[in-house]
Design a protein around this ligand. Structure first.
Ligand SMILES: [Ca+2]
Ligand SMILES: [Ca+2]
Length: 303
């Protein structure tokens, strides 16, 4: 009897065909084609297959010879390593080794997984198996953001992010999804309202009532709100009126204030909108800036 495994090296989860052949003379010389009258074992002889790793139906299986050959399929479904497989009749046993390589299994960790944005997160692949491609999707949008094994990614917008790692190797593909894995918190300042009287006199003070809100989920830290006069919203020319300072604005809190600014004689008489700009010096790192400006609904006449 001869025994062979095809292929002799497989990845975990794959199969190998084990073939016990009696197409030979007693001295081992291969007899092709098989002739049961010449070969030394008749068809229908029971051959018992065994394995110590994986599965050939169960761990032990009996197959009858047909055309001088008995076959069994080894499925690698246990730990990677070596599967010792043997085929036995009542008078002979032969062994063959099948090498089982680990198929890739994707896994990863990250640090930190939450914090104030912009948040630098270091990702570490803890995947196993033979891997020659890494595909990271840091925000769960289906687009690959990195092909590095252990990448770093910076989240610049507030949100809760799902991270997906796909690994590919000769033994297959594996994907690991961590849902809502990274939480990025940031302030988002909003210029909620700005009001001014219908008329203001040069050389005097104008009262500007205004409210700023932090609609984000992190404290803002300190910032200024600047106020300007503009004839039209699309005017390129604007006159600086004054500014106010806030030492911080907590998440989901707002601040209403009446500010008094002296109207300079340098400002020509006419009708003006008052433009309020939150954080005009851009010291707060936040997700959204387009909501940082607000005009008065109607214009104020400067006399
Ligand atoms: Ca992506
Ligand atoms: Ca904002």
């Amino acid at each position: 009897m001869t025994i062979e495994a095809q292929p002799a090296t497989i990845y975990n989860g794959d199969t190998s065909l084990i073939k016990a052949s009696f197409n030979n003379y007693f001295d081992g010389t291969i007899l092709t084609p098989f002739n049961p009258e010449v070969g030394h074992i008749p068809d229908g002889t029971i051959v018992t297959f065994n394995t110590d790793n994986g599965n050939i139906g169960s761990n032990t299986i009996e197959k009858k010879t047909n055309g001088g050959i008995a076959t069994a399929t080894l499925t690698a479904n246990e730990t990677p390593g070596v599967a010792h497989v043997n085929a036995a009749t009542d008078f002979e046993t032969r062994n063959v080794d099948v090498i089982i390589k680990p198929s890739p299994i994707a896994s990863f960790t990250a640090s930190p997984t939450s914090g104030k944005g912009p948040l630098n997160v270091k990702f570490t692949s803890t995947s196993v198996g033979t891997i020659n491609r890494y595909e990271w999707d840091f925000n769960g949008d289906g687009k690959i953001d990195s092909r590095v094994q252990n990448p770093t990614y910076t989240y610049t917008k507030a949100g809760v992010y799902t991270v997906i790692l796909t690994v590919k190797g000769p033994g297959g593909t594996s994907k690991k999804t961590r849902i809502k894995y990274v939480t990025v918190r940031m302030p988002d300042l909003l210029m909620q309202s700005v009001y001014a009287p219908t008329t203001a006199r040069r050389g005097r003070y104008i009262r500007v009532t205004n409210r700023v809100k932090n609609i984000g989920n992190w404290s803002s830290g300190s910032f200024y709100v600047a106020f300007y006069l503009k004839r039209y919203k699309n005017s390129s020319k604007k006159y600086y009126l004054g500014r106010r300072y806030l030492s911080s604005l907590k998440a989901s809190s707002s601040n209403l204030r009446r500010n008094y600014f002296r109207v300079s004689y340098k400002i020509p008489r006419g009708r003006y909108y008052i433009l309020a700009v939150v954080d005009y010096t851009r010291r707060v790192k936040e997700s959204l800036r387009v909501n940082n400006i607000k005009y008065t609904k109607t214009r104020t006449r400067i006399i």
